[in-house]
Design a protein around this ligand. Structure first.
Ligand SMILES: *Cc1c(COP(=O)(O)O)cnc(C)c1O
Length: 399
């Protein structure tokens, strides 16, 4: 089981607000796919800090870029430009222009939730008064701020914080008729994931995103893709929506974008971004030099490694090693964002805890699914080792 760690020793009570469960480990350092706890115990990290550390822990290229930037310039206000953020904006836009054919603009944020906040505000500004509703799917996850929580299609998470902000509507994931019925004249945008990550690694069904694109074209609603978890190569393409061939109107990013440096972005084509006027939105830390130095290093390094191809190849390898493992009934997802469906009677939380005690970090994304999202730089040997541990964990829980 998890080695429960007591964080309360220094002051007699835990210094963190009790919004997370008790921490399983005290992690002191990492290297590539490996993490080491305060006892020197080694773990294979097949979660990457929730699809964040895609280039591996303590990646020397990223570490060097952050350290060098810290000595040069960390932050200036948005009264001034800085060359680092400017290059990062051009780099992010280049990736999305290549994927969509649409030249665009970015707003940098500090998190995925803030990237979605920006998208929601942009949609409301674009729709105008009376056209402010955001439609999203049940099972989705869009963040923890009040507006992104309202967009998140998990009613149980809303309950303790009612009333939610107005103007959010939810429809069954994968149901195009429900989507068509929900997108009426007061809908500013549809906000959707290409693979529901937190919702259990649920890929968009065949034709789903294409159908939503048609509905949005018909009604004039914006199609906003939440690529916070699926972006930056994770699924085997730079962005998850590229598997479908649709062209979105707004794209939100974060997680792997800084390899752990907190940064996100909202991107939109120039003509849509033009709905914003000076003063409409902002953030003190938007495009700070330190965080965008990490973005530049991440994109350079991901291009050098061809990160999407790496995710596709390693994902294939991981799937093939998973095949035939007893207790696994299916494998969902794309590239290195994988949901492992467990046989009836196996509780994912128990399997994850058993894996942890055997030296493998995975995540029980729901009661019957283990999420695997190792660094894209994972080695074949690490894949074989991790699947061996997962198989042993399943066996242990079964007996
Ligand atoms: C993680 C996640 C978010 C929220 O990002 P934070 O950085 O935690 O605010 C939003 N959308 C999706 C799809 C995510 O996976």
């Amino acid at each position: 089981m998890g080695h429960a760690f007591d964080t309360s020793t220094a002051v007699g009570h835990c210094p963190f607000m009790p919004v997370f469960g008790p921490p399983a480990l005290m992690i002191e350092r990492g290297s590539g796919t490996e993490l080491f706890d305060s006892n020197g115990q080694r773990y294979l990290d097949f979660l990457s800090g929730i699809a964040v550390v895609s280039l591996g822990h303590a990646n020397p290229v990223i570490a060097e870029a952050i350290a060098a930037q810290a000595h040069q310039l960390v932050h200036v206000s948005n009264f001034f430009a800085n060359p680092v953020a400017t290059r990062a904006a051009l780099q992010v836009d280049r990736l999305l222009t290549d994927a969509t054919g649409r030249p665009g603009q970015v707003f940098f944020t500090n998190s995925g939730a803030e990237a979605n906040e920006c998208a929601i505000k942009l949609a409301r500004r674009h729709g105008g008064r009376g056209r402010h509703t955001i439609v999203s799917a049940y099972g989705s996850f869009h963040g923890r701020t009040l507006a992104t929580l309202a967009a998140t299609g998990q009613p149980a998470k809303h309950e303790p914080f009612q009333p939610m902000p107005e103007g959010f509507r939810h429809v069954a994931w994968g149901d195009l008729d429900a989507m068509a019925a929900a997108v009426d004249a007061d809908v500013a945008a549809v906000l959707i994931e290409s693979i529901q990550g937190e919702g259990g690694v649920m890929p968009a069904p065949e034709g789903y995103l294409e159908g939503i694109r048609e509905i949005c074209d018909r009604t004039g609603a914006l199609l906003m893709l939440d690529e916070v978890q699926t972006g930056f190569g994770r699924t085997g393409r730079w962005f998850g929506f590229e598997h479908s061939g649709i062209i979105p109107d707004v794209v939100t990013l974060a997680k792997a974008m800084g390899n752990g440096m907190p940064i996100g972005a909202c991107w939109a084509p120039v003509e849509i971004a033009a709905s914003f006027q000076p003063g409409d939105h902002g953030s003190t830390y938007s495009g700070t030099a330190l965080a965008t130095a990490a973005v530049n290093a991440v994109i350079d390094e991901m291009r050098r490694l061809d990160a999407p191809a790496l995710a596709a190849t390693k994902g294939q390898r991981l799937r093939s090693v998973l095949t035939g493992i007893e207790g696994i009934t299916g494998v969902r997802g794309s590239g290195l964002l994988i949901g492992v469906a467990l046989a009836d009677g196996l509780v994912a939380g128990e399997v994850a805890a058993a894996a942890l005690s055997l030296g493998l970090i995975v995540n029980a994304v729901n009661a019957s699914t283990i999420r695997l999202a190792p660094p894209l730089t994972v080695s074949d040997d690490e894949i074989v080792e991790a699947v061996g541990i997962l198989a042993a964990a399943i066996k242990e829980v079964r007996s």
